[in-house]
Design a protein around this ligand. Structure first.
Ligand code: HEM
Length: 231
C-alpha cells in the first residue's frame, strides 16, 4: 500500500492523478451540459429531468460526494505541481514571451481557481438557492419544484447571465489546455498524435463553451421564456 501512496505522491503520479481526475470532471461537465440543454425542450421535459435527478436520493448524494472528492484531489494536485514548478525555478522568467507555452497553459492555475470560485457561486445559486433566493422559493411553492422557471428567470437577470457567460469563457480557456494536457499525461505523447490531440481538445472545448453560453444567452435575449410570463 505504501508503494501506491509513494507512487501517487511522486511528480509523475501527481500528473497522472491530475489527468484522471481531470478526465472525470470533463465527463461530468459534458453530461451536466447535455442535461441542462433540455431547457430547450420546454418546462415539462426539463422539470421531469430535475425531478428524476432529485428522485435518485441517496445515489445523488453519493454522486455529489464522489464529485467533491474528485474535485478536491484535482485541486490538491494542481497546488502541489505549481509549488514544485516554483521550487524548481524560484526566479521568474525575465521575459514572459520567451516561454514556449500558450496563454492557456501559463494561466492554468489562475483559471482553475476562478472556475473553483464559479462552482461555489453556482451551487449557492441553483443547489442551495442562497443566491436568487426569491426565485428559488417561488420555484418550490407548488407540490412539484419548477426548476425551469428558476433557471430561465435567473438568466433574465442580466448581471447573472453575463457572470455565467464570462465564467464559461474561463472554463473554456482552462479546458483548452487541460484536455490536450490530460491526453499527453495518459501516454499519447508521440508527435503523430499531437495534431489529433490539439484538434480534439479544441473541438470538445468549443462544444462545451458554445453549449453552455447558449443557455444564458437565449434567456437574456428572451428566446427562451417562461410560458405565460412576459418579460
Ligand atoms: C451555463 C452553464 C450551466 C448551467 C445553466 C448549469 C445549471 C445547473 C443547475 C440547474 C444545477 C442544479 C442541479 C440541482 O441541484 O438540481 C447545477 C448544479 C451544479 N453544476 Fe451546473 N450549470 C452550468 C455550468 C456548470 C459548469 C461549467 C460546472 C463545472 C465546472 C458546473 C458544476 C455544477 C455542480 C458541481 C453542481 C452541483 C451538483 C448538484 O447539486 O448535484 N455547472 N448546474
Amino acid at each position: 500500500m505504501n508503494w501506491l501512496v509513494r507512487g501517487l505522491n511522486s511528480s509523475i503520479g501527481t500528473k497522472y492523478l491530475m489527468a484522471v481526475t481531470g478526465l472525470l470532471l470533463l465527463l461530468f461537465v459534458i453530461t451536466h451540459m447535455v442535461g441542462n440543454l433540455q431547457i430547450y425542450l420546454g418546462p415539462e421535459v426539463f422539470n421531469g429531468y430535475a425531478e428524476m435527478m432529485q428522485g435518485l436520493g441517496t445515489l445523488l448524494w453519493a454522486m455529489r460526494l464522489g464529485l467533491l472528492l474528485i474535485l478536491l484531489v484535482h485541486v490538491r494536485c494542481a497546488v502541489k505541481l505549481t509549488a514544485e514548478a516554483k521550487e524548481a525555478r524560484p526566479v521568474p522568467y525575465a521575459m514572459k514571451r520567451s516561454v514556449a507555452a500558450s496563454y492557456a497553459s501559463r494561466t492554468m492555475f489562475m483559471t482553475g481557481m476562478i472556475v473553483l470560485a464559479f462552482i461555489v457561486f453556482h451551487i449557492l445559486h441553483f443547489t442551495t438557492g442562497t443566491f436568487h433566493a426569491d426565485l428559488y422559493a417561488e420555484a418550490h411553492e407548488g407540490s412539484h419544484p419548477d426548476m425551469y422557471s428558476m433557471f430561465v428567470k435567473s438568466f433574465h437577470h442580466a448581471p447573472t447571465a453575463i457572470a455565467y457567460m464570462t465564467a464559461m469563457v474561463l472554463v473554456g480557456i482552462h479546458l483548452s489546455h487541460g484536455v490536450s494536457s490530460l491526453f499527453q499525461s495518459m501516454g499519447f505523447v508521440r508527435p503523430k498524435y499531437r495534431e489529433m490531440i490539439r484538434v480534439t481538445g479544441l473541438g470538445i472545448t468549443g462544444a462545451i463553451v458554445a453549449g453552455n453560453i447558449s443557455m444564458p444567452l437565449m434567456c437574456i435575449m428572451n428566446i427562451v421564456e417562461v410560458p405565460g410570463v412576459s418579460s
